[in-house]
Write a new protein. Structure first.
Ligand SMILES: Cc1ncc(COP(=O)(O)O)c(C=O)c1O
Length: 378
Protein backbone atom coordinates (compact mmCIF):
# COMPACT_ATOMS: atom_id res chain seq x y z
CA UNK A 1 0.00 0.00 0.00
CA UNK A 2 1.22 3.53 -0.80
CA UNK A 3 -0.30 6.37 1.23
CA UNK A 4 0.21 10.02 0.30
CA UNK A 5 -0.21 12.25 3.36
CA UNK A 6 1.91 15.15 2.07
CA UNK A 7 -0.70 17.26 0.31
CA UNK A 8 0.56 20.54 1.80
CA UNK A 9 3.81 20.00 -0.13
CA UNK A 10 2.01 19.33 -3.35
CA UNK A 11 -1.02 17.49 -4.69
CA UNK A 12 -1.44 15.07 -7.58
CA UNK A 13 -3.10 16.24 -10.80
CA UNK A 14 -6.78 15.36 -10.86
CA UNK A 15 -7.77 13.31 -13.95
CA UNK A 16 -10.17 16.07 -15.05
CA UNK A 17 -7.33 18.60 -14.90
CA UNK A 18 -5.02 16.30 -16.82
CA UNK A 19 -7.74 15.80 -19.50
CA UNK A 20 -8.17 19.57 -19.81
CA UNK A 21 -4.42 20.05 -20.24
CA UNK A 22 -4.14 17.25 -22.81
CA UNK A 23 -7.00 18.83 -24.76
CA UNK A 24 -5.09 22.11 -24.87
CA UNK A 25 -1.82 20.33 -25.77
CA UNK A 26 -3.60 18.55 -28.64
CA UNK A 27 -5.64 21.47 -29.94
CA UNK A 28 -3.78 24.71 -29.19
CA UNK A 29 -0.26 25.74 -29.94
CA UNK A 30 -0.45 29.35 -31.11
CA UNK A 31 1.50 32.04 -29.33
CA UNK A 32 -1.09 34.08 -27.41
CA UNK A 33 0.66 37.27 -28.55
CA UNK A 34 0.20 36.41 -32.26
CA UNK A 35 -2.69 38.13 -33.95
CA UNK A 36 -3.59 35.26 -36.31
CA UNK A 37 -6.29 32.72 -35.50
CA UNK A 38 -3.98 30.21 -33.78
CA UNK A 39 -2.64 32.92 -31.52
CA UNK A 40 -6.07 34.30 -30.82
CA UNK A 41 -7.31 30.86 -29.75
CA UNK A 42 -4.55 30.64 -27.15
CA UNK A 43 -5.27 34.21 -26.03
CA UNK A 44 -8.95 33.38 -25.53
CA UNK A 45 -7.99 30.39 -23.41
CA UNK A 46 -5.73 32.48 -21.16
CA UNK A 47 -8.30 35.22 -20.73
CA UNK A 48 -11.01 32.66 -19.94
CA UNK A 49 -8.73 31.19 -17.25
CA UNK A 50 -8.10 34.68 -15.83
CA UNK A 51 -11.84 35.31 -15.71
CA UNK A 52 -12.46 32.11 -13.77
CA UNK A 53 -9.78 32.93 -11.19
CA UNK A 54 -10.98 36.53 -10.83
CA UNK A 55 -14.58 35.37 -10.43
CA UNK A 56 -13.62 32.92 -7.67
CA UNK A 57 -11.87 35.67 -5.71
CA UNK A 58 -14.38 38.43 -6.56
CA UNK A 59 -11.48 40.35 -8.10
CA UNK A 60 -11.49 42.02 -11.47
CA UNK A 61 -9.66 40.30 -14.32
CA UNK A 62 -7.18 43.19 -14.53
CA UNK A 63 -5.98 42.35 -11.03
CA UNK A 64 -4.82 38.78 -11.83
CA UNK A 65 -1.36 38.12 -13.29
CA UNK A 66 -0.12 34.61 -14.05
CA UNK A 67 3.23 33.61 -12.55
CA UNK A 68 5.31 30.48 -12.02
CA UNK A 69 3.79 29.98 -8.57
CA UNK A 70 3.47 31.50 -5.13
CA UNK A 71 7.17 32.26 -4.70
CA UNK A 72 7.23 34.56 -7.72
CA UNK A 73 3.88 36.10 -6.79
CA UNK A 74 5.07 36.88 -3.26
CA UNK A 75 8.35 38.32 -4.56
CA UNK A 76 6.42 40.58 -6.95
CA UNK A 77 4.26 41.87 -4.11
CA UNK A 78 7.04 42.52 -1.62
CA UNK A 79 9.67 43.86 -4.01
CA UNK A 80 7.09 45.94 -5.91
CA UNK A 81 5.78 47.48 -2.69
CA UNK A 82 9.24 48.67 -1.66
CA UNK A 83 10.54 49.65 -5.08
CA UNK A 84 7.41 51.24 -6.53
CA UNK A 85 4.98 52.11 -3.73
CA UNK A 86 7.29 53.81 -1.25
CA UNK A 87 7.10 51.12 1.42
CA UNK A 88 10.01 51.39 3.83
CA UNK A 89 8.75 49.15 6.63
CA UNK A 90 7.47 45.57 6.38
CA UNK A 91 5.70 44.04 9.35
CA UNK A 92 5.71 40.27 9.02
CA UNK A 93 5.78 37.23 11.29
CA UNK A 94 8.43 34.80 12.45
CA UNK A 95 6.70 31.82 10.79
CA UNK A 96 6.39 32.97 7.19
CA UNK A 97 7.52 30.77 4.30
CA UNK A 98 11.11 31.41 3.19
CA UNK A 99 9.88 33.08 0.02
CA UNK A 100 8.71 35.89 2.32
CA UNK A 101 11.45 35.91 4.94
CA UNK A 102 14.32 35.66 2.45
CA UNK A 103 12.76 38.37 0.27
CA UNK A 104 12.50 40.58 3.37
CA UNK A 105 16.20 39.94 4.08
CA UNK A 106 17.03 40.94 0.50
CA UNK A 107 14.92 44.12 0.78
CA UNK A 108 16.59 45.02 4.05
CA UNK A 109 20.08 44.54 2.59
CA UNK A 110 19.47 46.14 -0.80
CA UNK A 111 16.94 48.86 0.00
CA UNK A 112 17.37 49.42 3.73
CA UNK A 113 13.75 48.42 4.33
CA UNK A 114 13.10 48.00 8.02
CA UNK A 115 11.72 44.54 8.76
CA UNK A 116 9.70 44.01 11.92
CA UNK A 117 8.95 40.40 12.78
CA UNK A 118 5.96 39.72 15.01
CA UNK A 119 6.50 36.81 17.36
CA UNK A 120 3.82 34.15 17.66
CA UNK A 121 2.28 32.33 20.60
CA UNK A 122 2.47 28.56 21.19
CA UNK A 123 -0.22 27.94 18.60
CA UNK A 124 1.58 30.03 15.98
CA UNK A 125 -0.85 32.97 16.17
CA UNK A 126 0.30 36.58 16.01
CA UNK A 127 -0.91 39.12 18.56
CA UNK A 128 -3.30 41.55 16.84
CA UNK A 129 -2.81 44.06 19.65
CA UNK A 130 0.93 44.06 19.00
CA UNK A 131 0.26 44.62 15.29
CA UNK A 132 -2.12 47.49 16.09
CA UNK A 133 0.46 49.12 18.36
CA UNK A 134 3.21 48.80 15.76
CA UNK A 135 0.98 50.27 13.08
CA UNK A 136 0.09 53.27 15.20
CA UNK A 137 3.66 53.76 16.45
CA UNK A 138 5.03 55.11 13.16
CA UNK A 139 4.00 57.05 10.07
CA UNK A 140 6.39 55.11 7.85
CA UNK A 141 4.76 53.69 4.72
CA UNK A 142 4.15 50.09 5.78
CA UNK A 143 3.35 46.75 4.19
CA UNK A 144 1.96 44.06 6.47
CA UNK A 145 2.77 40.58 5.17
CA UNK A 146 1.10 37.82 7.16
CA UNK A 147 0.34 34.38 5.76
CA UNK A 148 -3.24 33.14 5.75
CA UNK A 149 -2.37 29.63 6.99
CA UNK A 150 1.01 28.30 7.96
CA UNK A 151 2.29 25.47 5.78
CA UNK A 152 3.88 23.49 8.64
CA UNK A 153 1.39 23.70 11.49
CA UNK A 154 -1.78 24.97 9.78
CA UNK A 155 -2.31 27.99 12.04
CA UNK A 156 -4.82 30.38 10.46
CA UNK A 157 -4.59 34.17 10.70
CA UNK A 158 -7.63 36.37 10.99
CA UNK A 159 -7.48 38.05 7.57
CA UNK A 160 -10.51 40.17 8.26
CA UNK A 161 -9.08 41.73 11.42
CA UNK A 162 -5.62 42.24 9.93
CA UNK A 163 -7.15 43.84 6.84
CA UNK A 164 -9.22 46.20 9.05
CA UNK A 165 -6.15 47.25 11.02
CA UNK A 166 -4.21 47.87 7.81
CA UNK A 167 -7.07 49.96 6.38
CA UNK A 168 -7.29 51.98 9.58
CA UNK A 169 -3.57 52.78 9.48
CA UNK A 170 -3.33 53.11 5.69
CA UNK A 171 -0.91 50.21 5.46
CA UNK A 172 -0.75 47.85 2.48
CA UNK A 173 -1.68 44.26 3.24
CA UNK A 174 -0.13 41.23 1.56
CA UNK A 175 -1.12 37.72 2.50
CA UNK A 176 0.50 34.46 1.40
CA UNK A 177 -2.53 32.34 0.57
CA UNK A 178 -0.59 29.44 -1.00
CA UNK A 179 -2.03 26.97 1.51
CA UNK A 180 -5.59 28.28 1.72
CA UNK A 181 -6.45 29.36 -1.80
CA UNK A 182 -9.22 27.10 -3.14
CA UNK A 183 -9.54 25.49 0.30
CA UNK A 184 -11.10 28.35 2.28
CA UNK A 185 -13.35 31.04 0.80
CA UNK A 186 -11.42 34.23 0.04
CA UNK A 187 -13.25 37.33 -1.15
CA UNK A 188 -10.98 40.26 -1.97
CA UNK A 189 -13.95 42.57 -2.52
CA UNK A 190 -14.82 42.31 1.18
CA UNK A 191 -11.39 42.89 2.67
CA UNK A 192 -8.68 45.47 2.26
CA UNK A 193 -6.18 43.07 0.66
CA UNK A 194 -3.50 44.63 -1.54
CA UNK A 195 -1.81 41.42 -2.72
CA UNK A 196 -2.32 37.68 -2.47
CA UNK A 197 -0.96 34.65 -4.26
CA UNK A 198 -1.88 31.24 -5.58
CA UNK A 199 0.10 28.10 -6.45
CA UNK A 200 -1.81 25.68 -8.67
CA UNK A 201 -0.01 22.55 -7.45
CA UNK A 202 -1.46 23.01 -3.96
CA UNK A 203 -4.99 22.49 -5.30
CA UNK A 204 -4.56 19.55 -7.72
CA UNK A 205 -3.37 21.63 -10.65
CA UNK A 206 -0.02 21.49 -12.45
CA UNK A 207 3.27 22.62 -10.87
CA UNK A 208 5.19 25.70 -11.94
CA UNK A 209 2.15 27.92 -12.42
CA UNK A 210 0.29 30.30 -10.15
CA UNK A 211 -0.83 33.88 -9.99
CA UNK A 212 -0.61 37.10 -8.07
CA UNK A 213 -3.61 39.26 -7.24
CA UNK A 214 -2.63 42.93 -7.22
CA UNK A 215 -5.34 45.31 -6.13
CA UNK A 216 -5.85 47.92 -8.87
CA UNK A 217 -4.89 50.76 -6.49
CA UNK A 218 -1.33 49.45 -6.36
CA UNK A 219 0.61 49.98 -9.53
CA UNK A 220 3.86 48.06 -9.30
CA UNK A 221 6.49 47.37 -11.93
CA UNK A 222 7.43 43.88 -13.17
CA UNK A 223 10.33 41.73 -11.96
CA UNK A 224 11.17 40.67 -15.53
CA UNK A 225 11.29 42.72 -18.72
CA UNK A 226 10.78 41.58 -22.28
CA UNK A 227 7.80 41.16 -24.58
CA UNK A 228 5.31 42.79 -22.20
CA UNK A 229 3.06 39.76 -21.74
CA UNK A 230 0.59 39.90 -18.84
CA UNK A 231 0.01 43.57 -19.61
CA UNK A 232 3.68 44.26 -19.13
CA UNK A 233 3.76 42.69 -15.66
CA UNK A 234 5.36 39.39 -16.56
CA UNK A 235 7.22 39.07 -19.83
CA UNK A 236 7.71 35.70 -21.49
CA UNK A 237 5.40 33.53 -23.60
CA UNK A 238 2.63 32.21 -21.41
CA UNK A 239 2.44 28.57 -20.29
CA UNK A 240 -0.98 28.02 -21.86
CA UNK A 241 -1.34 24.33 -20.89
CA UNK A 242 -0.63 24.95 -17.24
CA UNK A 243 -2.75 28.08 -17.04
CA UNK A 244 -5.70 26.13 -18.47
CA UNK A 245 -5.02 23.29 -16.01
CA UNK A 246 -4.82 25.68 -13.07
CA UNK A 247 -8.14 27.32 -13.99
CA UNK A 248 -9.81 23.89 -14.24
CA UNK A 249 -8.37 22.80 -10.87
CA UNK A 250 -9.39 26.09 -9.25
CA UNK A 251 -12.96 25.93 -10.56
CA UNK A 252 -13.35 22.33 -9.41
CA UNK A 253 -11.94 23.17 -5.97
CA UNK A 254 -14.42 26.02 -5.53
CA UNK A 255 -17.35 23.86 -6.63
CA UNK A 256 -16.33 21.02 -4.30
CA UNK A 257 -15.00 23.17 -1.45
CA UNK A 258 -17.57 22.24 1.22
CA UNK A 259 -17.60 18.57 0.31
CA UNK A 260 -13.80 18.31 0.34
CA UNK A 261 -13.59 20.29 3.58
CA UNK A 262 -16.01 17.97 5.35
CA UNK A 263 -14.29 14.80 4.16
CA UNK A 264 -10.76 15.96 4.92
CA UNK A 265 -11.70 17.29 8.35
CA UNK A 266 -13.33 14.00 9.29
CA UNK A 267 -10.16 12.11 8.26
CA UNK A 268 -8.01 14.50 10.29
CA UNK A 269 -10.29 14.21 13.33
CA UNK A 270 -10.31 10.42 13.17
CA UNK A 271 -6.52 10.30 12.72
CA UNK A 272 -5.98 12.68 15.66
CA UNK A 273 -8.25 10.66 17.94
CA UNK A 274 -6.51 7.39 17.16
CA UNK A 275 -3.06 8.97 17.58
CA UNK A 276 -3.94 10.40 20.98
CA UNK A 277 -5.53 7.15 22.18
CA UNK A 278 -3.11 4.60 20.85
CA UNK A 279 0.32 6.22 20.84
CA UNK A 280 2.26 7.50 23.80
CA UNK A 281 2.80 11.15 24.67
CA UNK A 282 1.58 12.69 21.42
CA UNK A 283 1.65 16.46 21.00
CA UNK A 284 -0.32 18.27 18.31
CA UNK A 285 1.26 21.54 17.13
CA UNK A 286 -0.71 24.59 16.06
CA UNK A 287 -4.30 25.61 16.68
CA UNK A 288 -6.99 23.06 17.48
CA UNK A 289 -9.09 24.51 14.68
CA UNK A 290 -6.25 25.25 12.27
CA UNK A 291 -6.33 24.53 8.55
CA UNK A 292 -8.35 21.34 8.08
CA UNK A 293 -5.86 19.42 5.96
CA UNK A 294 -2.70 19.94 8.05
CA UNK A 295 -1.80 18.00 11.19
CA UNK A 296 1.60 18.59 12.78
CA UNK A 297 2.38 15.86 15.29
CA UNK A 298 5.32 15.62 17.69
CA UNK A 299 6.39 12.22 18.91
CA UNK A 300 8.41 11.73 22.11
CA UNK A 301 12.18 11.43 21.84
CA UNK A 302 12.98 7.76 21.48
CA UNK A 303 15.50 5.68 19.57
CA UNK A 304 12.41 4.21 17.88
CA UNK A 305 11.40 7.54 16.39
CA UNK A 306 14.74 8.50 14.82
CA UNK A 307 14.61 8.81 11.02
CA UNK A 308 10.83 8.86 11.17
CA UNK A 309 10.18 10.34 7.71
CA UNK A 310 12.47 7.79 6.11
CA UNK A 311 11.03 4.88 8.06
CA UNK A 312 7.52 5.91 7.09
CA UNK A 313 8.58 6.17 3.47
CA UNK A 314 10.00 2.63 3.57
CA UNK A 315 6.61 1.49 4.88
CA UNK A 316 4.87 3.19 1.95
CA UNK A 317 3.85 6.44 3.65
CA UNK A 318 4.71 9.90 2.30
CA UNK A 319 4.72 12.62 4.97
CA UNK A 320 6.96 15.54 5.75
CA UNK A 321 9.33 16.35 8.58
CA UNK A 322 8.48 20.05 8.53
CA UNK A 323 7.99 22.01 5.35
CA UNK A 324 9.09 20.35 2.13
CA UNK A 325 11.73 23.02 1.66
CA UNK A 326 13.47 22.02 4.88
CA UNK A 327 13.02 18.26 4.89
CA UNK A 328 16.26 16.43 5.42
CA UNK A 329 17.38 19.07 7.93
CA UNK A 330 17.57 17.59 11.40
CA UNK A 331 17.10 20.85 13.36
CA UNK A 332 13.62 22.06 14.15
CA UNK A 333 12.33 24.34 11.42
CA UNK A 334 12.07 28.09 12.05
CA UNK A 335 8.33 27.60 12.56
CA UNK A 336 8.73 24.94 15.26
CA UNK A 337 11.40 27.06 16.94
CA UNK A 338 9.09 30.09 16.90
CA UNK A 339 6.33 28.21 18.76
CA UNK A 340 8.79 27.00 21.40
CA UNK A 341 8.69 23.38 20.31
CA UNK A 342 10.89 20.91 22.23
CA UNK A 343 13.62 20.06 19.68
CA UNK A 344 14.23 16.62 21.15
CA UNK A 345 10.78 15.52 19.95
CA UNK A 346 10.32 14.32 16.37
CA UNK A 347 7.77 16.21 14.34
CA UNK A 348 5.89 14.95 11.33
CA UNK A 349 3.47 16.98 9.24
CA UNK A 350 0.66 14.84 7.89
CA UNK A 351 -1.41 16.66 5.30
CA UNK A 352 -4.54 15.14 3.83
CA UNK A 353 -6.74 15.53 0.78
CA UNK A 354 -10.21 14.43 -0.28
CA UNK A 355 -8.52 11.59 -2.19
CA UNK A 356 -7.41 9.95 1.08
CA UNK A 357 -9.43 7.27 2.88
CA UNK A 358 -10.14 5.95 6.38
CA UNK A 359 -8.34 2.72 5.40
CA UNK A 360 -5.21 4.76 4.72
CA UNK A 361 -5.47 6.41 8.13
CA UNK A 362 -5.82 2.98 9.77
CA UNK A 363 -2.78 1.73 7.85
CA UNK A 364 -0.66 4.71 8.91
CA UNK A 365 -1.63 4.35 12.58
CA UNK A 366 -0.67 0.67 12.57
CA UNK A 367 2.67 1.44 10.92
CA UNK A 368 3.36 4.33 13.30
CA UNK A 369 2.98 1.92 16.21
CA UNK A 370 5.99 0.02 14.92
CA UNK A 371 8.29 3.06 14.91
CA UNK A 372 7.06 5.19 17.83
CA UNK A 373 6.24 4.40 21.47
CA UNK A 374 2.78 2.89 21.91
CA UNK A 375 0.49 3.92 24.79
CA UNK A 376 1.03 1.50 27.70
CA UNK A 377 -2.65 0.73 28.34
CA UNK A 378 -3.33 -0.39 24.76
C1 LIG B 1 2.87 29.09 2.48
C2 LIG B 1 3.62 28.89 1.21
N1 LIG B 1 4.05 29.95 0.52
C3 LIG B 1 4.72 29.84 -0.62
C4 LIG B 1 5.00 28.60 -1.15
C5 LIG B 1 5.79 28.52 -2.43
O1 LIG B 1 5.03 27.95 -3.46
P1 LIG B 1 5.72 27.60 -4.86
O2 LIG B 1 6.84 26.66 -4.55
O3 LIG B 1 4.65 26.96 -5.66
O4 LIG B 1 6.20 28.85 -5.45
C6 LIG B 1 4.61 27.45 -0.46
C7 LIG B 1 4.95 26.10 -0.96
O5 LIG B 1 5.41 25.25 -0.25
C8 LIG B 1 3.88 27.60 0.74
O6 LIG B 1 3.47 26.55 1.43
Amino acid sequence: MRVYFDNASTTPLLPEVKDEMIKVINDKFGNPSSIHRDGRQSRILIEEARKQIALGLKASTGEIFFTSGATEANNMALIGSVRDLGVNRIITSSIEHHCISHTCEFLHQQHGTSIVELSVDKSGAIDLQELAELLSSSNEKTLVSIMHANNEIGTISNLEEIAKLCAKHEALFHTDTAQTLAKLPIDVSEHNISFLCGASHKFFGPKGVGFVYINHNNIVKPLMYGGDQERGMRSGTENIYSIAGMAKAFTMALEEMDERHEKVLSLKTYFTQRLLQELEDIQINGQEDGLYNILSVSFPASPKSEMLVMNLDIMGIAASGGSACSSGVENDSHVLQAIGHDPSRKTIRFSFSHLNTIEEVDYVIEKLKTVTPVAVDI
